[in-house]
Design a protein around this ligand. Structure first.
Ligand code: HEM
Length: 209
C-alpha cells in the first residue's frame, strides 16, 4: 500500500518534521496510566476497536488517533496477572494503517473519533503486529506508545522509510509530497478553523479518510 497524506492546507509549505515537532511540543505528554488511559472508539474501558485515541496532559488539546482499516483491527493486551513491566503486558497489536494528528478530540464511546481542528492524517502506514508480539520489536507499539509520550521518533522513522521510495523525507514540505502525488491539501480544514460550532466538514473527513 502506498502512503497517502491529507493535510490542512495552512501547513502546505511546512516540512513534515516541523509539523510533527510542533504537535509533540503541544501534546507534552499524555502521562499514560490509571489517570489517562486514552480509549478505543468502541467504549471507555474497551481493549479493541478500529481506533485508539488520547490527548495530551496538563490541559493540552493536542491529540492523536491511531486507526486500523480492518474491522476491530487494533487490540490492547492488559493482563493484571502479569507485572505491569512485563514485555507481554500493556502492548498494542493488530493492523495499524493511519495516524491522525490534531486538536480537540471528538467522538469515542461508540462513535468514531475526530478532531475539531485537523492537522494531518498519514494513511497507508501498513504496520502490523501479531497477538503475541509483546512490546519489544513491535512496530505498532513503538509508533503508538511513542506518541502517547509525545515522542514522534517511531512515526517519523516509518514515514521516512515510506517516503524514501519517492526520494522524499520528513524534511520535505507537505506541498512537495502533494507534487509527488502522495498528499492532498484539504482546504475545508482551513476554512473550518476559527468557525466556532461548524464541525461538519471535519467530521465528514474523519469518516471518509
Ligand atoms: C492502546 C494503546 C496502549 C498502549 C501502547 C499502552 C501501553 C502501556 C504501557 C507500556 C504501560 C506501562 C507499563 C509499565 O509500567 O511498564 C501502560 C500502563 C497502563 N495502561 Fe496502557 N497502553 C495502551 C492503552 C491503554 C488502555 C486503553 C487502557 C485502559 C482502558 C490502559 C491502561 C493502563 C493502565 C491502568 C496502566 C498502569 C498499569 C500499572 O501501573 O499497573 N492502557 N500502558
Amino acid at each position: 500500500m502506498t502512503i497517502s497524506v491529507t493535510y490542512n492546507s495552512v501547513y502546505g509549505d511546512i516540512s513534515v518534521k516541523e509539523v510533527l515537532s510542533a504537535w509533540s511540543a503541544g501534546f507534552k505528554t499524555a502521562g499514560h496510566g490509571e489517570s489517562n488511559t486514552g480509549g478505543f472508539n468502541t467504549g471507555a474501558r474497551s481493549y479493541d476497536g478500529e481506533q485508539y485515541a488520547t490527548h495530551g496532559a496538563n490541559g493540552s488539546d493536542y491529540a492523536f488517533i491511531a486507526e486500523s482499516n480492518a474491522s476491530n483491527g487494533l487490540h490492547y493486551v492488559y493482563n493484571p496477572d502479569l507485572p505491569a513491566s512485563s514485555n507481554q503486558n500493556h502492548f498494542l497489536w493488530g493492523q495499524l494503517d493511519n495516524v491522525k494528528l490534531g486538536e480537540v478530540l471528538t467522538g469515542g464511546s461508540g462513535s468514531p473519533f475526530g478532531f475539531d481542528d485537523y492537522t494531518v492524517s498519514f494513511n497507508g502506514l501498513d504496520l502490523s503486529a501479531a497477538s503475541d508480539a509483546g512490546r519489544a520489536g513491535n512496530a505498532v507499539q513503538d509508533v503508538i506508545y511513542g506518541l502517547m509520550r509525545g515522542n514522534v521518533a517511531g512515526l517519523e522513522g516509518v514515514l521516512n522509510t515510506l517516503l524514501s521510495e519517492f526520494n522524499l523525507s520528513t524534511d520535505s514540505t507537505f506541498d512537495q509530497l502533494a507534487a509527488a502525488g502522495l498528499a492532498h491539501a484539504d482546504t475545508a480544514f482551513a476554512a473550518d478553523i476559527g468557525l466556532v460550532g461548524v464541525q461538519d466538514a471535519a467530521q465528514d473527513w474523519a469518516l471518509t479518510a
